[in-house]
Design a protein around this ligand. Structure first.
Ligand SMILES: *[C@@H]1O[C@H](CO)[C@@H](O)[C@H](O)[C@H]1NC(C)=O
Ligand SMILES: *[C@@H]1O[C@H](CO)[C@@H](O)[C@H](O)[C@H]1NC(C)=O
Length: 429
């Protein structure tokens, strides 16, 4: 047995230098290995901490064979590996894309009763995802079974959801579901969100209905998430039944719910249902906002109820709501398409007078209307104003300008009836 009087300063020197070098140069790494060997010769056995540092450094430098041999040496010398040592090794294996070895070390870790922490799981999940081996997640969960708990399940569901791995998230979520009597709110919300984002609306609705059975109370924001997804996919019949279920469950719709449901009805031309809901809302404690009015005006105006739309516009102003550029654009478009050019132009003038600034869409709508009715000079005048306001014409503007050009070249010819174009302003913002 050698005396270890000098070892303290030597080891500390090595450790400090390793720690100060987050990305050591290869040359330096080789020097460090040399120092390490020299010190082993001169002094005595390195401890688990020194090995851990050398493993981390080798992992960062991509020296895979080196850190594996440090690991073997460390184990054979009977150094007790702690959580940090295991995580260091797992991190080094992850950085060097060594999936099999990583899973092996993880199983050794569990065998030696060392409980992984969130960092362990996050590195493991990362490497499986980046190496396209998420199908091995079940294997990992089996290995870690003894230490799996609700918060780790929840963490995995959240991470997988966030990275868009829907089916893997769902798989882990189901295992979690089967393992615990009560659910975890965060995991539920993440799962719901990812199902909605990936258009799996039926699954999202099922989940929403099953949540209370696992002790997780549903609220209006969870329902709204599903309503948005259904609205985007125009799944109106699901919206209707979910809306009724929600109210039956004692959850009151809020402004967002009404807005999304009204605009969804509007998009598919269900004018009666949209108006009915607006009246229901008007009678409730939840008051409409400009978006609600815009949705309904849009719905009415585009479904041959222009007078109703105009009346609603006036009601909106009387009640003190300021119409925005969207409101004006919708109505100008509706007037234009119904050949009420004067109404369209006077509304545009009102808009300016009210201090509401038109955007390119508004100008496109106005120019299109003027061009179709042969009001070439006015169209050119508005185009000049548009440019003066610093607005950049887009492809729609240019196609209208082109039509203006050809129109001025064929003054004598009999005008063909203008083909109705599709709607420009969409009801959903
Ligand atoms: C769940 O497991 C993780 C990682 O193993 C651990 O850090 C955490 O303390 C555990 N939580 C509970 C409540 O046991
Ligand atoms: C909204 O409710 C008020 C009474 O609170 C009523 O006078 C008005 O006509 C209602 N508007 C609509 C569009 O139903």
């Amino acid at each position: 047995m050698r005396k270890c009087a000098e070892r303290g300063t030597g080891w500390i020197y090595l450790r400090i230098t390793c720690c100060l070098m987050p990305l050591p140069s290869l040359e330096w790494v080789d020097q460090a290995y040399q120092v390490f060997e020299d010190m082993k010769q001169k002094y005595c056995e390195p401890d688990a901490y020194t090995y851990t540092i050398l493993i981390r450094m080798s992992g960062r430098a991509g020296k895979t064979s080196k850190f594996l041999s440090f690991f073997d040496e460390m184990v054979s010398k009977g150094c007790a590996l702690n959580l940090i040592a295991y995580n260091t090794l797992i991190e080094a294996l992850g950085k060097n894309k060594m999936v099999d070895k990583l899973i092996f070390v993880l199983s050794k870790m569990i065998e030696s009763d060392c409980q992984p922490n969130q960092f362990t799981y996050s590195i493991t999940l990362d490497i499986l995802a980046t190496e396209g081996q998420l199908h091995r997640l079940n294997e990992v969960l089996d290995i870690c079974d003894r230490y799996m708990n609700k918060s780790i399940y929840s963490y995995l569901v959240k991470s997988l959801s966030k990275s868009g791995h829907v089916s893997e998230a769902h798989n882990v979520f189901c295992q979690m579901w089967n393992s615990y009597e009560t659910g975890d709110m965060d995991a539920f919300v993440s799962m719901l969100e990812v199902l909605c984002n990936s258009g799996k609306t039926l699954e999202a609705i099922d989940l929403l209905h099953m949540m209370p059975a696992k002790g997780v109370a549903t609220d209006v924001s969870m329902y709204n998430m599903v309503f948005s997804a259904l609205g985007k996919l125009k799944q109106v019949s699901f919206i209707t039944s979910l809306f009724d279920k929600m109210k039956a469950n004692g959850i009151a719709p809020d402004l967002f719910t009404y807005n999304i449901v009204i605009s969804s009805y509007g998009r598919v031309g269900l004018v009666g249902k949209a108006s009915g809901l607006f009246e229901e809302m008007n009678a409730s404690s939840c008051k409409p906002d400009v978006i609600t009015y815009n949705s309904l005006i849009n719905c009415l105006g585009k479904n041959r109820d222009l007078d109703e739309a105009h009346m609603l516009f006036k009601e909106m102003q009387e009640k003190g709501y300021d119409p925005d550029v969207f409101t004006y654009s919708i109505l100008i478009e509706c007037f234009g398409k119904s050949n009420k050019v004067d109404m369209a132009c006077s509304l545009f003038a009102d808009m300016i007078a009210e201090g509401c600034i038109p955007n390119v869409v508004t100008y496109n709508i106005l120019l299109d209307c003027l061009e179709r009715h042969g009001k070439t000079a006015e169209a050119h005048k508005h185009y000049e104003t548009m440019k003066q306001q610093g607005l950049t014409p887009d492809s729609i503007t240019y196609s209208i300008l082109e039509r203006l050009e050809t129109r001025s070249q064929r003054t004598v010819r009999i005008r063909k009836p203008a083909r109705a174009t599709s709607w420009v302003v969409s009801p959903l913002r």
